[in-house]
Structure formats: C-alpha cells, structure tokens
Design a protein around this ligand. Structure first.
Ligand code: TXA
Ligand code: MG
Length: 313
C-alpha cells in the first residue's frame, strides 16, 4: 500500500494537527512533518525514518515573528533571516522556552534549528497548522533526499499519512545551516552559498572542526547514499560504471551541460536515483568546482562516497 499523495494544504494541516505524519515539499527537499509540540507525533518521525535519536530536527514556521518566538536570533541572525527567509537557510539559536517544542525535536540540546521554507503551498500549510512543524528530509535515514512527492511515496512506509505534492523542489539540496551561538558558524553546506551569507554578514563565516560537528546533519560521514558505490572526480567511466557528467564531461546523464551549479544542485538527487536504478555497481561522478553551490554538491557526494555502516540506527 503506498502513501496517499494530495494537493490540498487543508487536508495536510488537519492530519498534522491530529498528530499524524505528513510529508510536504519545500524549495530544498521534501520534509517529513509532525507537530513539533507533540512528543508522540515527533517520535513517529524517528521511527518512520529509522533516524538515530541523537540527531535533532528543524522546526519549520511561516513567519519571522513565529521564528523569533522560538529562538533568539540576535542582530546578525535577524539580518540573515530578513534577507534570506523564506529560503534555503536554517538558523540554530538558543531556545527561549524549552516547553515550546518536544524535547525530541532538539534531542535535548538548549538550541533549536528553525527555518521558513520558500514554497507557497508549504507556507500555506504552516500558516494553517499555526504551530512549529518538525521536519527532517523525508527519506529513510542515510539515503538520498527526496525531491518529488513520488520519491517519498515510494520509499517511506504506512506510518506516513500522506504527502502534500508541491511539485519538484526548485533548489534540490537541503538548507544551509548556520549556528548563531557565538559568531555565525556554518554547520552544513546547503542551498544558500556561503558567499551570499558572507556578503550580508560583512565577514567570513566560521566553520567547525570535524570533531565538533556531531550535532549537525548529514554530518554522519556516510549519508545521502544511493545503493551503488560512488567514485568521485571521474573524467571517464570504467566498464560497469554509470557516469554522471557535468559541463563538458558528458556522462550517461549530465547534471548541467552548461556547467551551471544551480541547475546541477537541482538535478543531483534525481540523477543519482536514476543512475542507481540502472543496476550499475558504481556511479562515477565528474569533477564539480568547489565554489558557490558546488561546495554543497561536493559535500553530498563525499558523504555518498564514504564507507557505509551496516545501519545508521
Ligand atoms: O532543507 C532542509 O533543511 C530540509 C527541509 C525539509 O527543510 N530538512 C533537512 O532536515 O534537511 P534534516 O533533519 O535532514 O537535517 C537537519 C539537520 C539535522 O540532521 C541536525 O543535525 C541539524 O539539522 N540540527 C537540527 N537541530 C540542530 C541543533 N539544535 N544544533 C545543531 N544542528 C542541528
Ligand atoms: Mg536529511
């Protein structure tokens, strides 16, 4: 039995308010939503995704005032929020009231990750629910993130009451995550390039040493993984490999023949899925320049290429 897909935000909001899980599209990837105030609803997210319980969730809201009611943004955080929200940016700040969300959302941390997504139907849904909605990417833990409603319906189980189909995601990579504890610090590369953030801040972002990054997202070394192995910086494919091209490196499928990183980001997860179902043992991926969105694309590819544990939880 597959998960029902619908296009009515009211129906999705009713289900969320009743404590059910509903997946919904955003500009980045599809999220698996639950009422962030309810322990019971949020617990279902961890179970549906087989997600390790120590990995906290992002609370999604419709307005800046709803975000500020949850966390203290500070002056720099507010400047980023005013410039980039709604958009592919998540801000992690001190949680004002520990009772405002279930402790399962923060995994017990004194901080909360908050985001306003840039998708009209998702915003309508959040307005109707009128409460923070906890939503990780709507994929089984460790797997490729979904960028269409069909991806979600095919890969998650009956714990999910429905999928609000908001169309294919326009950005295609998860949000960039910035911590506002101390100087703004990059926790995850994502759909908003560092350069844009640094222009607003007027200075470089801090980055975390690897050892400190336990709380951040796909900071688990293996993540975003297709079934096939991944080989990076491949100018050509070897026998038995599928080749994912970029720019002049043509490949079996090309992320962007014009070498446009925005187009490549949008196409990435779908392209990996398509090559994965060809049955190739390895997907060889052309080099992607390490600038702008290229950093987030390379981050996802490196995690997809990392040695895989038997289970992520
Ligand atoms: O684009 C996105 O961010 C998507 C859409 C659905 O909004 N969501 C998403 O969620 O990518 P998820 O759970 O796959 O990744 C969010 C990551 C978590 O893995 C977690 O490590 C990090 O955000 N995070 C959440 N709360 C945090 C906190 N208080 N401190 C540090 N990191 C946190
Ligand atoms: Mg994820």
């Amino acid at each position: 039995m597959s998960i029902p897909i619908f296009t009515d935000p009211e129906q999705a909001a009713d289900l969320l308010r009743s404590g059910a899980l509903v997946a919904f599209g955003t500009e980045t990837v599809y999220g698996l939503g639950a009422d962030a105030r309810s322990d019971e609803a949020v617990a279902k997210i961890y179970s549906a995704k087989s997600r390790p319980m120590f990995n906290p969730l992002i609370a999604h809201v419709a307005t800046l005032s709803a975000a500020e009611a949850l966390i203290d943004l500070g002056a720099q955080g507010r400047a980023l929020a005013e410039t980039f929200w709604p958009g592919p940016l998540t801000l992690v700040g001190p949680l004002r009231d520990p009772e405002a969300v279930s402790g399962l959302v923060t995994a017990g941390l004194p901080t909360l990750a908050v985001r306003i997504p840039d998708n009209a139907m998702a915003l309508k849904l959040l307005e109707l629910v009128d409460a923070p909605v906890a939503a990780p990417s709507a994929n089984p833990s460790g797997k490729l993130s979904p960028t269409t409603a069909m991806h979600v319906a095919q890969e998650l189980g009956p714990e999910v009451a429905g999928v609000l189909d908001t169309g294919p995601c326009t950005v295609g990579l998860e949000s960039t995550i910035i911590s506002l504890e101390g100087a703004p610090t990059l926790l995850r590369h994502g759909g908003l390039p560092n350069e844009a953030l640094e222009e607003v801040l007027g200075h470089a972002l801090q980055t975390l040493e690897k050892a400190q990054t336990i709380t951040a997202p796909g900071q688990l070394a293996s993540h975003y993984a297709p079934r096939a192995g991944i080989r990076l910086n491949a100018m050509t494919a070897q026998p038995g490999e599928a080749h994912l091209g970029f720019g002049e490196v043509e490949g079996d499928l090309n992320l962007s023949p014009d070498a446009d990183l925005t187009q490549a980001a949008k196409a990435l997860f779908e392209a990996l899925r398509r090559l994965d179902i060809t049955g190739a043992g390895v997907i060889a991926v052309a080099p992607i320049p390490q600038i702008g969105l290229g950093r987030a694309i390379n981050d996802r590819l490196q995690r997809a290429a990392a040695p895989r544990p038997d289970s992520l939880g």
